[in-house]
Design a protein around this ligand. Structure first.
Ligand code: FAD
Length: 402
């Protein structure tokens, strides 16, 4: 039976970063990826936070647009501008394939058309079974450590996952739909400098988060709704949102082509247990997504880095590696992500609160700056400032009966 030190399931930003950083430090690493071409099927707006390429040592060539403006739109379509970064945009075809190439360059093997099926613990190692779709057979591989990074479809149900299972995983899922709109002439110049996020209610009263993210050759226009939603209704919502974007940003351009794509996004609580007995869960599979804006690429790549660190520093001790990983991800972003779920639920209860918050963010650039920081990067002064701003927001929502 094949045997490796480190087995990674899924070659998105989490899996590929873990493989790259573990292989670089001499760990024998194998990645199983179900798609035939890495990144080709990823549905994503692919907005990146400021400094992403530098943090993960990625070539600037993957960046399509630098976006110093974040435009937040409330339920009445009022726009609030927040200075930001600049953030960046890319496509997942580019980001994921570059990350996979870099992992392979460090010595990791990336095996495509390899669909994870089951795992079980055996003699202190983890035995994984996968479908080799190229050969049409099932194969088995044992590993000291397994990093699960297979995205929003990761239910991780059943006895073999033990404490990693999460009963209400499905409740955190959003349905998303996105158009890639290819224009025959460029949209308004401001479109290519801006990440737009819109928060409003769907026809059926559910909260919608919609976006327009610019790319070199197209605009990514999409939206997400919590839970399952009828496909026709979702398309109607996206059509009318796209029409609104069009009237502001490209009223005089012809549309050459539209590509439609849909997928699940996770917007619930982080998984309570992210590692056990040498099996580590990262990225979206661990629920590491910011519920307020859908950002998860940074969290995914960072969790991949933590997984590689844990495996390298506790090579012969699966439980110690698990504890290191759980503690690193916990310290770095668990608290922030929990807060973001709570903030989103608070705002959704009275949608006018979105506008009140955006107004405060637009008026106080420092608030946006401090919010973007991780907990561990915040100074005591930052924390006091945030507390004061939270009180101010609470007072304003009470005064405005928001
Ligand atoms: C519509 C949409 C828009 C988004 N926009 C943004 C954005 O602008 N910015 C941002 O930061 N985040 C965004 N996100 C979130 C972001 O896509 C995720 O947080 C990020 O992709 C998580 O990376 P990951 O590596 O954990 O998982 P994924 O990127 O989902 O990668 C998982 C990988 O595992 C593979 N896989 C799955 N199952 C198996 C299996 N059984 N066997 C083998 N391989 C498997 C998949 O093929 C895939 O390659 C968006 C998400 C959606 C749906």
């Amino acid at each position: 039976m094949e045997s490796v030190d480190f087995l990674v399931v899924g070659c998105g930003p989490a899996g590929a970063t873990a493989a790259r950083e573990a292989a670089r430090r001499g760990v024998a690493t194998l990645v199983l990826e179900r798609d035939s071409v890495v990144g080709c099927k990823r549905v994503c707006a692919a907005g990146l936070r400021p400094g992403f390429c530098e943090t993960f040592d990625l070539p600037r060539s993957i960046v399509h647009c630098d976006t110093p403006r974040l435009a937040l739109f409330d339920a009445d379509a009022i726009e609030y501008e927040v200075a930001f970064g600049p953030g960046h945009t890319t496509t997942r075809e580019e980001l994921d394939s570059v990350l996979a190439d870099l992992a392979a360059h460090e010595g990791a093997e990336v095996r495509t058309r390899a669909l994870f099926r089951t795992l079980r613990r055996e003699n202190g190692r983890t035995l994984v079974e996968y479908a080799d779709r190229a050969a049409g057979v099932r194969r088995r591989v044992t590993a000291r450590f397994v990093f699960f990074a297979c995205g929003a479809t990761a239910q991780l149900e059943g006895a073999s996952f033990g404490a990693l299972a999460m009963a209400d995983w499905r409740e955190g899922l959003l349905t998303t739909l996105q158009y890639r709109v290819y224009l025959d002439r460029a949209a308004a110049e401001i479109a290519y400098r801006t990440l737009e996020l819109h928060y409003y209610l769907a026809r059926d009263g559910r909260q919608i988060v919609a976006w327009m993210f610019p790319k070199r050759d197209h605009l990514a226009i999409g939206l997400g709704v919590m839970g399952k939603i009828d496909a026709a209704l979702l398309r109607t919502e996206l059509d009318s949102f796209t029409q609104r974007v069009r009237s502001r940003l490209y009223p005089n351009s012809g549309v050459r082509a539209v590509k439609t794509e849909g997928h699940l996004l996770y917007g619930g609580m982080p998984r309570p247990c992210a590692a056990e007995g040498g099996v580590l869960v990262g990225g979206t599979a661990a629920g590491f997504v910011d519920a307020t804006n859908g950002e998860g690429i940074f969290e995914a790549a960072m969790s991949g880095r933590f997984a590689a660190d844990a495996v390298v520093s506790a090579r012969n001790d699966a439980q110690r590696a698990s504890e290191r990983y759980a503690s690193a991800t916990g310290r770095r972003f668990r608290r922030r992500l929990l807060h973001r779920v709570q903030i989103m639920r608070y705002l959704e209860r009275r949608p006018r609160r979105f506008g009140q918050l955006f107004e405060q963010l637009a008026r106080t650039p420092r608030l946006a700056e401090v919010l973007l920081k991780e907990d561990c990067e915040r100074t005591m002064i930052d924390r006091l400032y945030l507390y004061q701003q939270a009180l101010r927001f609470g007072a304003r929502t009470i005064a405005g009966r928001g």
